[in-house]
Design a protein around this ligand. Sequence first.
Ligand code: BES
Ligand code: MN
Ligand code: MN
Length: 463
Amino acid sequence: MSIQRYIAANSPRFLDELVDLLKIPSVSADPAYKEEVVKAAEFVKEKLIASGVDHAEICATAGFPIVYGEKIIDPAAPTILIYGHYDVQPADPLELWDSPPFEPVIRNTDLHPEGAIFARGSADDKGQFYMHVKAFEAMIAEDLLQCNVKFMIEGEEEVGSENLDLFVQKNQEKLKADVVLISDTSMISLEHPSVTVGLRGLAYLQVEVTGPNKDLHSGTFGGSVANPINVLCKMIASLHDENHHITIPGFYDQVQEYDSEYRKQLNQAPFNEEDFKRKLDVKETYGEKGYSTIERVGIRPTLDVNGIWGGYIGQGAKTVLPSKAHAKISMRLVPDQEHKEIARLFEQHFKRIAPPAVKVKVVPHHGGPAAVIPTDSIGYRAAEAAIQEAFGKKAIPTREGGSIPITALFQKVLGLDPILLGFGLDTDAIHSPNEHYGVANYLKGIETIALFFKHFNQLSKEK
Ligand code: BES
Ligand code: MN
Ligand code: MN
């Protein structure tokens, strides 16, 4: 048999196993799901063993565990380290899901005539990392595995991978590999397969603006003391100028600018602005002056409010002048912005622009650097060759706007450039209601991953 035939013969079971994994609500952000997250780790370990690793273990951390498994076929053979995450984002708002987030169903859609599996985590990242487990199983079953494999599947990606850093630092020998392979990104489409060569970094923080020391009657006191929500809105509005440039002094100091040649190349990726607008139901795109949509997402930094609250938001009208206003703010970063420095610049500026009538508190959350992946490595060439063989097309290198902060950690600590071979689509609704993952993407991904192994082994020998 071949890999393709093995996948075809076993695809119903490959889907069933993914469905079982998706039924576990492993929401890392919400303490109510603590036991479920641990259950997902155990599930992953069991499946690694069933799929053929020599040895698998659940490695405790200060937070959620990391599942590690390996199969060493020959110490002289190349080693591929697979990274993924079994934790998922919270599912709310629940009322906007067409089917319950942890009761996976396969439905056909216009984009997915062969079906898509709807569930929280289906594309981010359970459906994607599980492709590696099944590609591994297929290679063993077909006696085609010629590389050593190490799996490292974590449970805290969606909350900032805080304990992974230490784990990687401490386990450098155990994690020793020739390449890191990650499927936690998107491709342009099944017609236009792509490999991600850049991710943005992130600085995330929360702000609190306090006016009077308690909520007040908005008639008795309105007009005489600062309303912290009014003030916060004004402060936030001032963080962009009329060209949608960010106004924080020093914010752009470390930003890498690209020459027109690179920008031209980036803009050659297939992208239809009209399509983009139609899918999102917006009349116009919106962003930094002087850059295309591809550039705004791929190579430019941003500042966005992710949530804002305060005062009365219940039924009807309550006349109140609130004591406090809050917002969660994220900044997507590009090379070479440093997230702690950017958070510091934000805090300094935000406190400076606050009127004396309010107090401001800024609490930094997680963050991480951007990453750029070189395209001249054996790993990248193996990805290109695998895509060529699986899709009959040349892979398009893309820079994506999302963040996987550990990508840069692998580069720094392990000295390895991760290959971001993702099979999701931007329309998969990750982090959003009705998240789904195409069945065709899942099965094609399994095939492409197996081909990556083949080409990585071949190219390593030619070196
Ligand atoms: N898989 C995503 C990152 C991603 C999504 C990369 C789409 C490229 C395309 C990852 O799980 C994620 O959501 N990351 C967070 C950052 C993290 C520190 C919480 C993000 O990008 O918001
Ligand atoms: Mn992810
Ligand atoms: Mn995510």
